[in-house]
Design a protein around this ligand. Structure first.
Ligand code: PHE
Length: 363
């Protein structure tokens, strides 16, 4: 084969390739052209390269040089066409690229905290600002912490097996020390006071206490719109020298006002000025406080009972080892569900615990 024919074949191939690349308007067409001209198997350049064998021996170096030059030119033409296509594609909004980083993406369904958990977190946060540390206590309790130390004697109706979830059934076990699911968070008062007194240094002033405890309590009530065998309470306890009923009232008023009105950071449940949230005390009785009160709050035009409170009974202070002549204190216990239900206009407590995601997703 004459060198001139070989060179002519390469030149016409280069022209064909360049015009094919230039014509391609989409990346798949360009790729097809690349395979046609530069393909390692069956490509047209490869076919001409095979003809090298027929070129005169003396002409081979010149033929090889020409082959390399044309190959380089075709490859450059391909790269040029490729970047031209990429530019038009991005100018047109990237339609040629299956991944578009500017699209908003698929909507994510975010989970959220249960409304009761939200309420608990908010209560902890407000009481924390008033200096009360959140503590926890066990849900399985003994007689001493649920009743005895709280000045609830054996004869008291609150200890009736029909009103409590006792965990032991044999009479012998019950006589020794019956266990039960706690019926109130007041158990934590006893546990905390016992603990701080156990750690107290002998001879020094009696330790003070300022805690809240939020958690589950259990009573064998038949479930209806306002009752459930399990619910949550927030318990507060403050023990110090010179604590009075006025302190109790201030703390509860500040708590309710913070809870129900929107603060400067926008955290709140209702657009009401703090002064519009009022509380009132009604005389009551609890074995572990004296005097005792029921606490009502006025919000959205009606009084609602939110819990019980009072000055810690001297018998309770003595039971854990405080001297009632040295310290006094107040305690309160409120229903978490009741406050959350009123806030969200939930009318049936059972809705909170059937775990219907369509219901819960509203809060
Ligand atoms: N433990 C009481 C209840 O469950 C509430 C309470 C707590 C009352 C603390 C007074 C002081 O009803």
């Amino acid at each position: 084969m004459a060198l001139s024919d070989f060179i002519a074949d390469l030149d016409s191939l280069a022209t064909d390739a360049e015009s094919a690349f230039a014509k391609a308007t989409a990346s798949d067409a360009l790729e097809a052209a690349r395979v046609e001209f530069l393909g390692a198997k069956g490509g047209r350049l490869k076919a001409i390269q095979k003809g090298m064998g027929q070129v005169e021996k003396g002409d081979k170096p010149a033929a090889g040089q020409k082959l390399n030059a044309v190959k380089k030119a075709i490859e450059e033409a391909f790269e040029l066409a490729k970047s031209r296509l990429a530019e038009t594609a991005s100018a047109a909004g990237g339609t040629d690229d299956p991944f578009d980083p500017t699209l908003p993406g698929h909507p994510l369904r975010l989970g959220r905290l249960h409304p009761i958990t939200q309420t608990i977190e908010r209560m902890k946060e407000i009481m924390g600002r008033l200096g009360f540390t959140a503590v926890e206590g066990p849900e399985i309790e003994d007689d001493w912490h649920n009743f005895e130390a709280l000045n609830i004697p054996l004869s008291h109706p609150a200890r009736d097996p029909l009103d409590n979830f006792y965990l032991t059934s044999s009479p012998a076990a019950e006589a020794a020390s019956p266990l039960l699911l706690r019926s109130q968070t007041s158990t934590v008062q006893i546990r905390v006071m016992e603990q701080v007194l156990a750690n107290a240094v002998a001879g020094e002033a009696a330790p003070s206490v300022r805690i809240v405890s939020l958690g589950r309590v259990y009573r064998p009530d038949t479930a209806d719109a306002t009752h459930y065998p399990m619910f949550h309470q927030i318990e507060g306890l403050l023990i110090d020298r010179g604590v009075t009923m006025a302190d109790l009232k201030s703390v509860l008023r500040m708590f309710c006002q913070s809870y129900y009105h929107t603060d400067d950071r926008g955290a709140g449940v209702a657009e009401v000025p703090a002064d519009d949230v009022q509380i009132r005390f009604r005389p009551s009785f609890f074995p572990f406080t004296e005097p005792s009160v029921e606490v009502d709050i006025n919000w959205q035009g009606g009084w609602m009972e939110i819990g019980g409170a009072g000055m810690v009974d001297p018998n309770v202070l003595r039971a854990v080892g405080y001297d009632p002549e040295e310290v006094t204190g107040f305690a309160f216990g409120m229903g978490v569900e009741r406050i959350a239900m009123r806030q969200h206009n939930i009318t049936d407590i059972r809705d909170l615990y059937t775990n219907d995601a369509r219901f819960l997703a509203q809060f």
